[in-house]
Every structure is written in C-alpha cells, then in structure tokens.
Design a protein around this ligand. Structure first.
Ligand code: DAH
Length: 345
C-alpha cells in the first residue's frame, strides 16, 4: 500500500505511539489532536476519497487502528494521571503495600455452649422461643404455681423493678413456659435460652446474672419416660455417647413429680473429686412433669394434656467444657479471655 495518504496516516500512528503524556495539559492536547471534534484522524478519513477503490478497505482499517491506539493511550494516561493527582502530597503512600489484616472477633464461650445445647434440641424438633427479661410477677411466679407468700419464692432472690413488686427481672427462664402456654396451643415443643437475674453475692461460683435453657413439651400422653429419654439423649450428645445420667427426686413448685438430673463426670483426679464433691456425679438441671395447676393457670386442660419441663444452667456447663475456674470471667469482657475462643464457631 502506498500513496501520500497512507504515508501520512502511518506517520500519525507512529506519532501517537511516540507521544508521552505526563500531565493534565498533555492529556488535553492529546485528546484534541487525536480524539477531539476536529481531530487529525477525521481529516485523514476525508482523504479516503483520493484512495483507489481496492485500497479503501485497508485504509479504513488503518484509520480504525489509529483511533483505537489513540483511545487506549488516552484512557491509560488518564487513569495514571488521576492516581498521581490523588496521591500528590502523599508521596510516602505505598500503593503496593499489603493491606492491614482485619481483626476478626470471636464468639463468647457462653454463646458457644448455648448454641450447642440449642442445636441438640433442635435436632429432635424443639423450637427456640425467646422472651423478655423484664417480666411481670404473674408469668415468673404466680402462673408457675408459686403464689405470693409461697415458701418457694425464698429460693430466689428477686430484683423487683417497682415498689408494687409487679415487675421484675426474671429469675428463671421458666417464665417463658407461661408466656408460651398462654399464647400457643398444644402440641408445644420449645426451648427457651436466655439470661436470668438473681440478687446474689458475686463470687467465683455465683453471679447476679447468668443464663439458662428451658425446655417444655406438652401434648397428649407425654410421660416421665419421655422426659428421661429426652434428657439421656441430651447428655449423650453433650457429654459423649457413653454418658450416664441419674434422676433424683426433688421439689419445684411448677412440676410434679420433680427431679434433678446428674451426669456422671468421673473420679479420675483431684479436680473431679472437687467439682463433684467426691461423688463423681454432677447436677446439670431441674425437671419434672408440668404441674396440672400450671397448665390450668395458662388455659390448658390438664385432663387432656400432660407435659414435661426442664431448666438447665449454662455457665456451669461452659465452665466444665472450657475449664474456666471463675464465673466472673464470663461477664468481664476481658479480650485476653475472649480471644481464646477464636478458633471455635
Ligand atoms: N426454674 C428452675 C430454676 O431456676 C429450674 C427448673 C426446674 C426448670 C424444673 C424447670 C423444671 O422447667 O421443670 O432453678
């Protein structure tokens, strides 16, 4: 391909390629010469009239090549100049330096233990119910067969929120039982995790706030055998397939009969002796058959339905699982303590 127009065009392409663009001014000049409304390539395009027909196609393609080269050069230079502008006066910024790692948090050990317990019961069809921590006396005590002046109220030192003693910080998650039974119809199969409060002196073993998981199952023909089997299942999931439990008679106002459940912890070393008081058994929860009075108080016919309930503390189980020797660690938010649970999910 030859001819004046071709030569001129090739010259322009060489010129585009050779141009250096280091400033906004050079960028503007480049744009108007090669990409602007009256740019040189348009002018050269006009010369296609003078090209013999059989060469017109080649000429057109060469023009297009020139245009793309100019556009690419322009785009790249524009980005480079923008970056240079942005970092002007910040010349010590090293854009190639690796980023700061993002510090990930960790789950609280009580959440870890609680989530484990929840998923064990979810697997057999229990549904999570969450309820209020500020509760009316009726749901926390009266409905749960613990009327005013009932001696069982002495078992729990209550934080009352008003002089009339009607509003309180719930002393147990059993309050969720009455909330659920007054609003849902059997069959009911729920677990209720949450925080509870008692006016206790804070020590390595006791705190004025702690956590429980409550369970409630109400249907026709629910029996104590169902309760035992459910709790054995729980113990085996939580403490291993060989876990053993024992069920001891006890007393709670809201269940009849009532029981406490121990899991066999063993007596292998001195610590085992200390935490099980030399018996090898560890108490993990209270439970029983829902007292007919409770069902009646909440509008469920005790002639038709029966149910079981249980309530367990979380802190003690978390302390055992993670070998934490002082309950206060859970509430102090000391990151040196919390960071140790980073690997857990
Ligand atoms: N609410 C009792 C407590 O705080 C624990 C408990 C015992 C819950 C027996 C229950 C139950 O549901 O049936 O100590």
């Amino acid at each position: 391909m030859q001819g004046e127009a071709f030569d001129k065009l090739n010259e322009v392409i060489a010129e585009i390629e050779a141009t250096t663009i280091d400033s906004a001014e050079q960028l503007a000049a480049f744009r108007s010469r090669y990409l602007g409304s009256k740019n040189i390539l348009k002018e050269l395009m006009g010369a296609i009239r003078t090209i013999p027909n059989e060469q017109k196609k080649d000429y057109g393609q060469l023009i297009n090549k020139a245009k793309t080269t100019a556009q690419e050069k322009f785009d790249n230079a524009q980005v480079a100049i923008e970056i240079a502008e942005d970092t002007k006066g910040n010349s010590d910024i090293d854009l190639s330096a690796p980023g700061e790692p993002i510090a990930l948090g960790s789950r609280h050990p009580l959440s870890l233990t609680m989530n484990r317990i929840i998923s064990i019961f979810q697997k057999i069809g229990f549904i999570v119910e969450e309820e209020r921590e500020i509760e009316e006396d009726w749901y926390n005590f009266t409905a749960m067969n613990t009327p005013e002046d009932h001696p069982a109220r002495d078992m729990q030192d209550t934080f009352y929120l008003r002089d009339d003693k009607n509003m309180l910080l719930r002393t147990h998650t059993s309050s969720v039982q009455s909330r659920v039974m007054t609003t849902q119809k059997p069959p009911i199969r729920i677990i209720a995790p949450g925080r509870v409060y008692r006016n206790e002196t804070i020590s390595a073993r006791a705190h004025c706030q702690f956590h429980q998981v409550e369970g409630l199952y109400i249907d026709k023909d629910v029996s104590f055998a169902d309760l035992k089997q459910t709790l054995l299942y729980y113990a085996r999931e939580m403490y291993g397939p060989d876990a053993r439990i024992r069920v001891r008679p006890s007393y709670f106002p809201f269940t009849e009969p009532s029981a406490e459940v121990d899991v066999y912890w063993g007596l292998k070393n001195e610590t085992d002796y200390r935490i099980t008081k030399g018996t090898g058994w560890l108490e993990i929860m209270g439970c029983g058959m829902v007292d007919p009075n409770v069902l009646k108080n909440c509008g469920i016919d005790p002639e038709v339905y029966t149910g079981f309930a249980f309530g367990m503390g979380i802190e003690r189980q978390a302390m055992l699982q993670y070998r934490v020797n002082d309950i206060r660690w859970f509430f102090e938010n000391d990151v040196r303590f919390l960071e140790q649970f980073e690997a857990e999910i």
